[in-house]
Design a protein around this ligand. Sequence first.
Ligand code: RUB
Length: 299
Amino acid sequence: MADKIRNLEIRGARNVAISAVKAIENAATHTKAKTAEAFAEELLQAKEVLYAARPTEPLMRNAIKWVIGSVESSQKDEVKALVRLISSSACEFLTNLERSRDRIAEVGSKRINNGTVVFTHCHSSTVTHLLTKASKGMKTFRVICTETRPLFQGRVTAREMLELGVETTLIIDSATRCCIKQADLVIVGADALTAEGNVVNKIGTAAIALLAQEARVPFYVVSELLKFDPATLCGHYESIEERGRFEIWRGAPENLVIHNPAFEVVRRDFIHGIICEEGIIPPHSVYETVVRKYPWVLM
Ligand code: RUB
């Protein structure tokens, strides 16, 4: 599973977290450990392997923390009982994640009316869930999506929108400035929420936020609050994944320096609101909202 995450066979923060939870559950179910200590050690190893698969994935880390935490805080010492605990906390986590996504779609789809033009970037399953909800609510709107170089995740969004019957326009990333004026709002996903209320998302998102501000188009981020990275509270920067040069140019001259960051930070000043399971909140109140709703994330 870690290989699939690393190779982007599984991508998008939510899908990565769901797969990691399933991988932990699978590892637990197939354990050969005879003692609770050996079982805990196996879980720790699985956690390390998954953490290393992609660095900018706090939802995955929080998910694993929740699932493994059930064993860490348990008094049980029979391995079978601990395996059952992993399965039930994994199931609980995935159910709650699904609920959060539905709530985000319910809240966010109200911002879409007949005739609205939505601008989006990359492929976020949370964004497309929201747009699906709006479309099934019989709203007729239009979507503009960027192709999202170098790996073209925007094509996935475009296909999904067409399958829904939504009029969709695909643009190259560098056409954003000339096209964003047509949009009524921008909605993008998130990979990480930081203590300062900044958002980390696919490379290109910060430029879109700047251009949205210039064109006076409201810029919204949809995100489960569990994408909050508690390490940012302690002064750490969210680490930004650097991907291989071959994604940009296979066969490039060897002495050419190629820089390929997968994500970037969008400063909170550019964000109108974070659409999360607690409603639409200003970016600077993300920390308080996480403390209230998910205190365990900070422990
Ligand atoms: C995907 C990306 C998405 C977020 C949110 O990047 O940046 O916007 O992960 O997705 P990559 P979701 O393709 O490199 O993983 O809403 O599905 O969590």
